[in-house]
Design a protein around this ligand. Structure first.
Ligand code: HEM
Ligand code: HEM
Length: 225
């Protein structure tokens, strides 16, 4: 559980948020880097497997004597099943590189259908909520099992580092919209005519209109395309 939820899950979220366009990638000439995608789904699948292993290690359950940690642990477990399920049923991609069977560009993501919008909103909200729930569950677990001091110190250091990195990368404007990371900023793509989805997600044309707060070199470089 420590390896899965304490180490891997928050890292796989951070990569999904900030590395959809890589630091040295020549965006928008080079599009659709799959680094974030592979890191995210493989990382979160590993978290899922580790959760099953972790649970198997503490079973059998004493249902008549459930502590707060146990309840929260099962809630995290339900959450990860939901997240993996949402990920699997996020809908089709579409667009020039993954056209539909009938040869058109149609796809849930390319067209930003209501299903795709629902997926993004729900998956993100649940995902961040789940990280918070897991953090408290881990603290309770460590307390309950009288976890070793090195584990407390390593986890607190790791999460402090992750949170600090989150704010730095957010300020640098690296939370690029998935849609633009995949298909660029050409307004002929239907999704580019919609507002940016989600909090703090960057749309390039917003910057050009002077509405973005991007201040870094990288942000400036991106906006010059
Ligand atoms: C997000 C991370 C975690 C999740 C999802 C989780 C999940 C669970 C669940 C569902 C149970 C109840 C199993 C049962 O019904 O018997 C449980 C029990 C337990 N957990 Fe965790 N856990 C997490 C983190 C930890 C950590 C970090 C530790 C300690 C290092 C820990 C130690 C324990 C112990 C010792 C039990 C057995 C408690 C008992 O039988 O009364 N857990 N955990
Ligand atoms: C293996 C199954 C999973 C798949 C296929 C998957 C797929 C995705 C996809 C496609 C996105 C990008 C959404 C977008 O911005 O367009 C995403 C983002 C995200 N995922 Fe997952 N995911 C999976 C598991 C998880 C799990 C278990 C968590 C739980 C912590 C999680 C948390 C997140 C979060 C918080 C984001 C949003 C990051 C951001 O942009 O701020 N995912 N996921």
């Amino acid at each position: 559980m420590v390896l899965g939820w304490g180490v891997l899950a928050p890292l796989a979220v951070l990569i999904a948020r900030f590395f959809k366009v890589l630091p040295r990638q020549d965006w928008p000439r080079e599009l659709d880097s799959t680094v974030w995608w592979r890191s995210h789904w493989m990382g979160q699948s590993a978290v899922f497997v580790l959760s099953i292993v972790g649970l198997a290690l503490v079973l059998p359950s004493q249902w008549d004597n459930m502590s707060l940690h146990n309840w929260m642990g099962y809630a995290v477990f339900a959450g990860v099943i939901l997240q993996v399920g949402l990920g699997l049923f996020r809908g089709s991609k579409g667009g020039p590189t993954a056209p539909a069977a009938d040869g058109t560009l149609r796809g849930h993501h390319y067209d930003m259908t209501p299903w795709r919008k629902m997926f993004e909103a729900l998956h993100k909200t649940l995902g961040y909520g789940l990280l918070l729930l897991a953090a408290v569950t881990i603290l309770l677990g460590l307390w309950k099992a009288n976890g070793p001091v090195w584990m407390w110190i390593s986890l607190v250091t790791w999460w402090t580092l992750l949170i600090a990195t989150f704010f730095v990368l957010q300020r640098r404007g690296m939370a690029v919209d998935t849609y633009q990371a995949i298909w660029g900023d050409d307004p002929s793509h239907p999704g580019n005519r919609l507002p940016a989805p989600g909090w703090g997600v960057r749309r390039l044309r917003e910057k050009e209109e002077g509405a973005s707060d991007v201040r870094s070199d990288r942000g400036d470089r991106l906006s010059s395309h």
